[in-house]
Design a protein around this ligand. Structure first.
Ligand SMILES: NC(=O)c1ccc[n+]([C@@H]2O[C@H](COP(=O)([O-])OP(=O)(O)OC[C@H]3O[C@@H](n4cnc5c(N)ncnc54)[C@H](OP(=O)(O)O)[C@@H]3O)[C@@H](O)[C@H]2O)c1
Length: 254
């Protein structure tokens, strides 16, 4: 492994301004890549970018926005070596209770988390199919693999809505088939499914959640970025269509 395995490569991290996205952008930069970070608000991206990253605007709920982003990348950089589809997660209109969920809430969630990922991969394919190699990494979730025990969220937390697990399971399926489609063009497509990471949740939740993992802890800051660097770099050249689960053993434990 080179000391700077991504030197000379251009990467994009969607939603790269905070939390996982910021950690991933930092790790890719440390590994030598130039990194584009996106936000729905250009000013947010520009503030987070400082002089370290390239800020761009992206709203995954808008096809026009995705197309415009890739037009800009094509015009200014011609290629994009690494795409990390990290943005997504929460939605104000989805509610967390199956029997109360509205169609609008469901659609909004699926749009940002699944349809948005499809649009990003489609535009990436148009840009890179004839100039591979390339690497796409989709941040899915353990919630796309297993049902969640609502008991550990009580009494003061609401788990992500049903649409979350459905969207993330969709992202894992999208990853597999896009890997098959894009493999002949030298483009690898992999997913990462994180488990729960510690982020100011109530003490009872952190304790109970930790018990459900083999490593007896929630994920900690710094435990995801290196995994993305691995899948982005030549160290994983023969890995595609994979879903790498980063969950402290949660989904393999009973
Ligand atoms: N936190 C966890 O423990 C956990 C576990 C498993 C999987 N994940 C997944 O990991 C990813 C990052 O999680 P996180 O907790 O770091 O999320 P977060 O703090 O909520 O950040 C999500 C990012 O996505 C962007 N975003 C949201 N909706 C968007 C849209 N419609 N268009 C474009 N960008 C949008 C936001 O950017 P702006 O607000 O700046 O526009 C924000 O930077 C998500 O896909 C999430 O589902 C998280």
């Amino acid at each position: 492994m080179n000391t700077l395995p991504l030197e000379g490569r251009l990467a994009m991290v969607t939603g790269g301004c905070r939390n996982f996205g910021a950690e991933i952008a930092h790790a890719l930069r440390e590994a030598g890549a130039r990194v584009i970070i996106t936000s729905r608000h250009y000013e947010t991206a520009a503030e987070a970018a400082l002089d370290k990253y390239i800020p761009m605007e992206l709203d995954l709920n808008s096809e026009d926005s995705v197309v415009a982003l890739f037009e800009r990348v094509k015009k200014e950089y011609r290629r994009l070596d690494i795409l990390v589809n990290n943005a997504g997660g929460h939605s104000r209109s989805a509610c967390g209770y199956l029997e109360k969920e509205s169609l609008a809430g469901w659609n909004d969630f699926i749009s940002a988390n699944l349809t948005g990922t499809f649009l990003m991969i489609r535009e990436y394919a148009k840009l890179m199919m004839n100039q591979g190699p390339g690497s796409i990494i989709n941040i899915a979730s353990m919630a796309g693999l297993v049902g969640r025990d609502r008991k550990i969220y009580q009494p003061d937390m609401t788990p992500n809505p049903i649409a979350y697990s459905s969207a993330k399971a969709g992202v894992i399926g999208l990853t597999t088939d896009c890997a098959a489609y894009l493999g002949p063009y030298g483009i690898r497509v992999n997913a990462i499914s994180p488990g729960g990471f510690e982020r100011n949740q109530p003490e009872h939740f952190i304790r109970d959640y930790a018990e459900l993992t083999m490593l007896k802890k929630m994920g900690q800051p710094g435990e995801l970025g290196g995994v993305v660097v691995f899948l982005a770099s030549d160290a994983s050249n023969y890995i595609t269509g994979h879903n790498l689960v980063v969950d402290g053993g949660f989904t393999r434990y009973k």
